[in-house]
Write a protein that binds this ligand. Structure first.
Ligand code: ADP
Length: 264
């Protein structure tokens, strides 16, 4: 029993080793063109470090990833999901990773909900036959009814989120990454998604949830990580991290307000 638990635990881990992400910032679109024309011999950009040497090992439970806007949460999640390459460092994910990063990212608008769900399964390594057996469950969870067989370009944004959430949580992920997508759905569906997250927790999954809602964080997460300026600056219990988060957000908005006043 204990061994089984330990195996599950070590499978569900997400480990970040020295992750950095640098973006090239071009002040004007023409600068990008100039750089191409100079064939890289002259530089017309400045560099911006969105993630600065982040190392962290996520525990096999639900962690709230907190931080003010621009602190690097989405960038980090995208790197963990493998949709963005870090400039330096490595991510070790042990287990099947599924992610809800942004509205319908990765869905094909011309394909139906069913076809997209099938495709999703294939991408995360579930055989077609097995995925077909899961279809009714996905359709029912997403409450799409007949829309399930319509192209998703006809869906409302809420329907796309529901489909994304249905797919990502139905394929038995060991690691689930959720970025704010919940906020797009209605209150009833948000609740349903959170309950699904709660169910997955019972199976010792590693879930990383980016949220600005401290009630959600307190209710569904067992620990929190605080990001600021592209770094993880603190981690601990929700009780410890929430006041720190609130302080960081307060000083970030005071800084923005000052900057705004200075240009008036
Ligand atoms: P958060 O999710 O915490 O709001 P992000 O990860 O979205 O933060 O962004 C971190 C920083 O990286 C921000 O300052 C943002 O402007 C910058 N950034 C994100 N994506 C790009 C990009 N494609 N090009 C340039 N800068 C980017």
């Amino acid at each position: 029993m204990t061994t089984d638990l330990i195996q599950k635990t070590s499978q569900s881990q997400v480990e970040l080793r020295g992750i950095s992400k640098r973006y090239n910032i071009y002040d004007r679109p023409i600068d990008r063109l100039k750089e191409i024309l100079w064939n890289g011999k002259k530089s017309f950009h400045r560099e911006y470090l969105a993630l600065d040497n982040v190392s962290y090992s996520f525990a096999p439970h639900t962690t709230a990833l907190l931080g003010p806007n621009g602190s690097g949460k989405s960038t980090l999640l995208q790197i963990m999901a493998g949709v963005l390459k870090p400039t330096a460092g490595q991510v070790a994910c042990r287990g099947r990773v599924t992610a809800i990063l942004e509205l319908g990212a990765g869905f094909q608008p011309e394909y139906t909900g069913r076809e997209n769900a099938l495709l999703y399964g294939l991408i995360v390594g579930i055989p077609e036959d097995e995925m077909k057996e899961r279809m009714d469950e996905i359709r029912d969870f997403a409450e799409l009814g007949d829309f399930f067989d319509q192209p998703i370009k006809t869906y409302s944004s809420g329907m796309v989120v529901r489909l994304a959430f249905g797919c990502a949580t139905n394929v038995e992920p060991e690691i689930l990454l959720v970025d704010e997508a919940l906020a797009v759905g209605d209150e009833y569906f948000n609740q349903k998604c959170l309950e699904r997250i709660y169910d997955l927790q019972a199976k010792a999954k590693t879930i990383i949830l980016v949220t600005h809602n401290m009630d959600t964080a307190s209710r569904y997460c067992q620990s929190a990580v605080l990001m600021n300026g592209g770094q993880i600056v603190a981690d601990g219990s929700l009780d410890e991290i929430i006041p720190m988060y609130q302080e960081v957000v307060r000083s970030a908005s005071a800084h923005e307000h000052k900057k705004f006043l200075s240009v008036l």
